[in-house]
Design a protein around this ligand. Structure first.
Ligand code: A3P
Length: 287
């Protein structure tokens, strides 16, 4: 696969351009009405795009079955995302996604009232999910082995940089208004409660029946069956589904099937070093 793009010391997939990353940071105008989903890759981005899409259509799945997921919530830092957002508004106020670390995020956001949903996931499970994603995504340099992915992840030499930097950077906004933090683990544990929380954050009122529809239509099995969400309509030059799937196991704790004891201990140590100053209740997963 071709070389990653590098911008401000951070790696990006080869199809990202420095020109657009710069534009995104310096000139992209965030609007007060925008809703932006920010994640480190493999933390549950697609799941929450589906949930927000469904909340907007009150649980009805016509919209999620007619528009590809990456167009329903374009990635702002990609050329295609910027193009889509400059066209007419989507189904409601603009809704977009971003994997950018905070220092590269559009500067205009910091003077806006835009709403951000930041999703976190146990980084040990993120490594595992990335490892499988690297086999499927042709734009991701495939790891030769799990340990190689582990090394790159802990060194931060993967696209979008270090998980620790990304997370510490975005968590610095945790007291900000219009900033909602969710975790993948809590979504798994209490999807109902979290859908209600998202509705409240977005100012949307749904009936009990509509919330039930959101939950049903955003389930892993429903998403796997939705060709607008499972990447089967993308060319296999980008996503090669013969090598696995983008929507994979959808569980917490798969790291236990992949980490050696030594890797787990080294990771815990790094986590301690990097995150010790933060309130550990921010990380409600099993360490
Ligand atoms: P796994 O590889 O561990 O299964 P992202 O969307 O940020 O790329 O994250 C991908 C991860 O979210 C994958 O994790 C994927 O299976 C999981 N996921 C996607 N949709 C989901 C759903 N509806 N329910 C639970 N997990 C989901």
């Amino acid at each position: 696969s071709s070389e990653y793009t590098e911008f401000e010391g951070i790696l990006f997939y080869p199809f990202y351009s420095v020109k657009n990353l710069k534009f995104c940071q310096e000139e992209f105008m965030v609007k007060d009405t925008d809703v932006i989903l920010v994640t480190y890759p493999k933390s549950g981005t697609h799941w929450v795009i589906e949930i927000v899409s469904l909340i907007r259509s009150k649980g009805d799945n016509t919209w999620v079955q007619s528009i590809p997921i990456w167009n329903r919530s374009p990635w702002i830092e990609t050329d295609q995302g910027q193009l889509l957002l400059s066209k007419k508004e989507q189904n409601g106020p603009r809704f977009y996604s971003s994997h950018l670390p905070i220092q590269l995020f559009p500067k205009s956001y910091f003077h806006s009232k835009a709403k951000i949903i930041y999703i976190m996931r146990n980084p040990k499970d993120v490594v595992v999910s990335l490892y499988y994603f690297s086999k499927v995504a042709k734009f991701f340099h495939t790891a030769e082995s799990f340990s190689q992915m582990f090394e790159k992840f802990t060194q931060g030499t993967v696209p979008f940089g270090s998980w620790f930097d990304h997370t510490c950077g975005w968590l610095s906004l945790r007291e900000k208004e219009n900033f909602l933090i969710l975790t993948y683990e809590e979504l798994l544990q209490d999807l109902w409660g979290n859908v209600e929380k998202i509705c409240h954050f977005l100012g949307t009122k749904l009936t009990e029946e509509e919330i039930n529809l959101v939950i049903k239509n955003a389930s892993l099995s429903a998403m796997k069956a939705n060709k607008m969400s499972n990447y089967s309509v993308v060319s296999d030059e980008f996503i090669d589904l013969s090598q696995g799937s983008v929507l994979r196991k959808g569980i917490a704790g798969d790291w236990k099937n992949h980490f050696t004891v030594a890797q787990s201990e080294a990771f815990d140590k790094l986590f301690q070093e990097r995150m010790a100053e933060l309130d550990q209740r921010l990380f409600p997963w099993e360490q």
